[in-house]
Design a protein around this ligand. Structure first.
Ligand code: FES
Length: 96
């Protein structure tokens, strides 16, 4: 049986979304159901920069390089198109 992970968006009017864990946020979050915007969906444009609170795996090398450029001082910054959802998380959009 699949595990489910809930994505919530504190500070916005969007209601939480529950997905099977490990699903791609860039395939399931839209402009209608979340505050997150996507561009390239491959980790190179920075459009999907967000703050993530929750217990998920740390960034891989390429994502970390982008985060160092876009949000060097933000410990919880992530690229929404690159995260692996392994537990319930809170997402806030960051301005890139
Ligand atoms: S959508 Fe381009 S980095 Fe995530």
């Amino acid at each position: 049986m699949a595990d489910f992970c809930t994505i919530s968006f504190p500070g916005s009017d969007f209601v939480p979304i529950t997905l099977e864990c490990h699903q791609s946020l860039s395939e399931h979050l839209t402009i209608q159901n979340s505050p997150v915007l996507f561009g390239c969906r491959t980790g190179i444009c920075g459009t999907c920069l967000v703050e993530v609170i929750g217990d998920i795996p740390p960034p891989q090398h390429d994502e970390q390089e982008m985060l160092d450029t876009l949000a060097a001082n933000h410990a919880h910054a992530r690229l929404a198109c690159q995260v692996d959802i392994t537990s319930n998380i809170e997402i806030r959009r960051l301005e890139g």
